[in-house]
Design a protein around this ligand. Structure first.
Ligand code: NAP
Length: 278
């Protein structure tokens, strides 16, 4: 457990990833996502997490370009949707994501979920090729169980740098997180605020009140102290600022114990981790 988590983590690809990233799932395409990403970059975010299926890659790319920040100072992730799995379709889809973003390359591209084994294997080879072609710096997966990861590692020539999964105090996936971390795969916690469902849980609000921070900051910091990247989503500049302001306090042992005790297997969205075939 890291009581002083770093502001970025080193990936197996050799690149660093900022520990807090802005999620843009359900951030409406067009001016709203553009404005949310631009505001976040001005507030100090250096990491944005989008996906083909969110429909807002172009808005993210435009905001990054308009921010005036050098390209290598902002970390941009996208994800390949399952209808583009299979080698040829996947390679074309990555090229299309890069084109849509208007950026010279993407920092990280993930398989969004395991889906079916055959097309998944082809899609992974396409991501490896995208790295060779310089379209993408690092590649990884999302919603993969240990069994999905073990199968992939047997044929991969580039091992996944990250596994992006739903994790928060109410869904901790401890075994999978330990497996990933032991295998050198960085865990990215999505829906780190439990989509808001447990922000008013008294154990979270109790810790927040004692430490003089907000419940959202407590949830984000809990993930960071467990060595994960955290991807809170907000389109509201005040909440964005608060969600990034998590490096000036620490959760002590009793706070971590209280939050570690919140496990209830709460899946707030979909669950390909346990549902997709190996
Ligand atoms: P989340 O970040 O846990 O929660 C977002 C919700 O909390 C929004 O309604 C947001 O509203 C609200 N919120 C944000 N900051 C807050 C604060 N400080 N206080 C109170 N409420 C706050 O949920 P998520 O969007 O599901 O997950 C985050 C990101 O993870 C996504 O955007 C996406 O990038 C990624 N994700 C990936 C997958 C996958 O399958 N790989 C699945 C789900 C999510 P406002 O916007 O109005 O502030």
């Amino acid at each position: 457990m890291a009581t002083s988590p770093a502001t970025s983590l080193l990936l197996s690809s050799g690149h660093r990833i900022p520990s807090v990233g802005l999620g843009v799932y359900k951030s409406p395409p067009g001016e709203e996502t553009y404005g949310a990403v631009l505001s976040a970059l001005r507030l100090g975010y250096r990491h944005v997490d989008t996906a083909q299926v969110y429909g807002n890659e172009a808005d993210v790319g435009r905001a990054v370009r308009d921010s005036g920040l050098p390209r290598d100072q902002v970390y941009v992730t996208s994800k390949l949707w399952r209808d583009a799995y299979g080698y040829d379709k996947a390679l074309a889809a990555v090229q299309e994501s890069v084109r849509r973003s208007g950026l010279p390359y993407l920092d990280l591209v993930l398989l969004h979920c395991p889906s079916e084994p055959g097309p998944r294997e082809g899609a992974w080879r396409a991501l490896e090729e995208a790295v060779r072609q310089g379209l993408v710096r690092s590649i990884g997966v999302s919603n993969f169980s240990q069994a999905h990861l073990e199968k992939l590692s047997r044929t991969a020539t580039i091992q996944p740098a990250v596994n992006q999964i739903e994790v928060h105090p109410f869904l901790q996936r401890r075994q999978l997180v330990s497996y990933c971390q032991a295998a050198g795969i960085v865990v990215e916690a999505y829906s780190p605020l439990s989509k808001g469902h447990r922000l008013s849980d008294p154990r979270v609000t109790g810790v927040a009140a004692r430490l003089g921070v907000s419940p959202a900051q407590v949830m984000i910091r809990w993930g960071l102290q467990h060595g994960m990247v955290s991807l809170p989503k907000s389109v509201n500049p005040e909440r964005q600022a608060a969600n990034l302001d998590v490096f000036g306090f620490a959760l002590d042992e009793s706070a971590m114990a209280q939050l570690d005790g919140c496990e209830e297997g709460l899946v707030t969205g979909w669950d390909p981790v346990s549902q997709d075939p190996v």
